[in-house]
Design a protein around this ligand. Structure first.
Ligand SMILES: Cc1cc2nc3c(=O)[nH]c(=O)nc-3n(C[C@H](O)[C@H](O)[C@H](O)COP(=O)(O)O)c2cc1C
Length: 177
C-alpha cells in the first residue's frame, strides 16, 4: 500500500480586499512594479506611438519580446498591420513623455520630442535607457487585448536611471545597498 503523506496545513489568511471588485483587481495588478516604455510604429506614412508598461522579454534565442495592446486603442490597426514596432525604455527624466504618449492625437504625441528614425523607418526616442527594434513575430488574441510578440532586429542601451511605474504612479528605481 502506498504511503500518503499527511496533508500540509495551509494558512487561510483573509483577503485584504474583496476579490470580486474590478477596481480592487486593478489595484492588485498595480502592485507589480514595472518600467515604462513608448512603443512606436510606422504605418500608412504616419508615425504612431503609445505608452506601454506591459513590455517583457520572452525568449533569448531567438530574441523575442512581447507587450499587449488594448483592442480599443486607436493605434491597434497600426501596430497589428505595420509588420513591426520599436520599444524605447524610458529613463527617469522622460516622465513627461510617458504622459504625452498616453493621450491625444499622434502629431501632438511626437511634437517637440527628440527622436531617431531607424533604418526600419520606425522612430525611437533619444535619451531612452534601452531600445529594441522588432519585426512582428506573432499576434495572440487575449481577451480585451492582443499580445504582440516581436523578434528583435536591433537594440541598444545606456547606463542611466530607469523610470518606474507602481500603484499608478511614476517613480524611480534605486539599488539596495
Ligand atoms: C504607464 C502607462 C502604461 C500603459 N501601458 C499600456 C499597455 O501596456 N497597453 C495598452 O494597450 N495601453 C497602455 N497604456 C495606455 C495607452 O498608452 C493609452 O491607452 C493609449 O495611448 C491611448 O491612445 P488612444 O486613446 O488613441 O487609444 C498605458 C498608459 C500608461 C500611462
Amino acid at each position: 500500500m502506498r504511503h500518503m503523506p499527511d496533508a500540509i496545513p495551509v494558512a487561510q489568511a483573509a483577503p485584504v480586499v474583496p476579490a470580486n471588485d474590478p477596481a480592487d483587481y486593478r489595484k492588485a495588478l498595480s502592485c507589480f512594479a514595472t518600467g515604462v516604455t513608448v512603443v512606436t510604429t510606422r504605418w500608412q506614412d504616419n508615425d504612431w506611438g503609445m505608452t506601454c508598461n506591459s513590455f517583457a522579454s520572452v525568449s533569448l534565442e531567438p530574441r523575442l519580446v512581447l507587450w499587449s495592446i488594448r483592442k480599443a486603442a486607436s493605434s491597434l490597426e497600426a501596430f497589428t498591420q505595420s509588420g513591426g514596432f520599436s520599444v524605447s525604455v524610458l529613463s527617469q527624466p522622460q516622465q513627461l513623455l510617458a504622459r504625452q504618449f498616453a493621450t491625444g492625437d499622434m502629431a501632438a504625441r511626437f511634437a517637440g520630442v527628440d527622436v531617431v528614425r531607424q533604418s526600419s523607418e520606425r522612430l525611437r526616442l533619444t535619451q531612452s535607457l534601452a531600445w529594441f527594434d522588432c519585426s512582428l513575430h506573432q499576434l495572440v488574441d487575449a481577451g480585451d487585448h492582443h499580445i504582440v510578440i516581436g523578434q528583435v532586429q536591433d537594440f541598444g542601451w545606456r547606463d542611466a536611471a530607469a523610470l518606474g511605474f507602481w500603484r499608478s504612479q511614476f517613480g524611480e528605481f534605486q539599488a539596495l545597498t
